[in-house]
Design a protein around this ligand. Structure first.
Ligand code: KMH
Ligand code: ZN
Length: 312
């Protein structure tokens, strides 16, 4: 029997800026409430980037992550997946701190370096659009941002996750990252079963066209063996998000939606929150005859240790 569909909600990100949408949650309380709302809408897991409530800047402060995780846990059994992605100003060690501190069931692990850029965004907004004075400068600076994930970094991230019982949610932004993954598997460092996300449509990475997504899938099958991994697909922007997700379902994969990746629920209409994108995804999936996995069903599908074994 085919697995039920795992819907991940990516609520915040750090490339979505407060000036882009009033729906972006900022404080730990807002982020936790949004996560709970997404779970009620059908998300099995929530991918979280914390922000400093003082100035809305992306933050690796473990206290913010702990507060978010604890607030969620009080009301929902949704799977909490913190980022280890960070921003240009954060070191690899800083980005990883959340894993030993909270021992989450799952955390992201990025599988290669790219020039991860949102610099064209800076030209799309006026200075007066900014809610915080750093937003346009932050976007412009990504023109030269190398999102660093070296072989050395990946090995440390993976080993730290294994030591803490945290399953990596691998993020792959281009075909080369599948070759990185295959190398780690060949060397016996990364051990299947693998859970990974094809991130498509980032400037600096592979496009979100069907040919590219199929190419990622076919290359993964060839290099890793279809039986050794499960996947989800991310399309950045609108309508990329929903197009990529529908294609992912057709290919036997899972989906991610949320304001980290896309702001719009329909053409020109800003989503009121990531939960509205989850609701739309649930409708689309059901129309395609797919059943939606609960958090506990997703835990079983992914082989997670369980909420009773986390460190928060
Ligand atoms: N911070 C971005 C450059 C992740 O969450 O692990 C990449 C990112 C990945 O958001
Ligand atoms: Zn992220």
């Amino acid at each position: 029997m085919a697995d039920k569909l795992i819907i991940t909600a990516a609520l915040t990100g750090n490339i979505t800026l407060p000036m882009m949408t009033p729906a972006l949650p900022i404080t730990p309380e807002q982020i936790a409430d949004e996560a709970i709302h997404c779970a009620e809408a059908g998300a099995a897991s929530v991918h979280i980037h914390a922000r400093d409530p003082k100035d809305a800047k992306p933050s690796t402060n473990v206290d913010f992550y702990r507060e978010i995780a604890q607030r969620i846990k009080k009301k929902s059994n949704v799977i909490f997946v913190p980022t280890t992605g960070g921003t240009a100003s954060m070191t690899a060690a800083e980005r990883l701190k959340v894993v030993p501190a909270l021992k989450p069931e799952m955390a992201t692990c990025n599988m290669g370096s790219i020039n991860f850029s949102i610099h064209p965004v800076a030209d799309r907004y006026k200075d007066s659009d900014q809610k915080y004075p750093w937003e346009k400068e932050f976007a412009a600076s990504t023109k030269d941002f190398i999102f660093r994930n070296t072989f050395g970094d990946i090995e440390i991230y993976y080993k730290t996750m294994m030591e803490n019982g945290t399953k990596p949610e691998f993020e792959l932004y281009d075909v080369g990252h599948l070759y990185n993954m295959a190398w780690f598997v060949r060397k016996g460092i990364i051990k299947p079963p693998i859970w990974m996300q094809f991130v498509t449509g980032i400037l600096g990475g592979i496009g979100c066209d069907p040919e590219s997504i199929l190419y990622m899938k076919n290359t993964a099958d060839r290099l890793l063996g279809a039986q050794n991994y499960k996947f989800s697909t991310i399309g950045v922007g609108y309508p990329n998000e929903f197009n990529a997700d529908v294609l992912s379902i057709v290919m036997g994969g899972n989906v991610r939606v949320g304001l980290e990746d896309n702001l719009f629920v329909s053409k020109g209409v800003l989503a009121k929150g990531s939960w509205e994108l989850v609701e739309k995804m649930v409708r689309l999936a059901k129309e395609m005859g797919k059943e939606i996995a609960t958090p506990d069903e997703a835990r079983q599908i992914l082989g997670l240790k369980g909420l009773d074994k986390v460190g928060y």
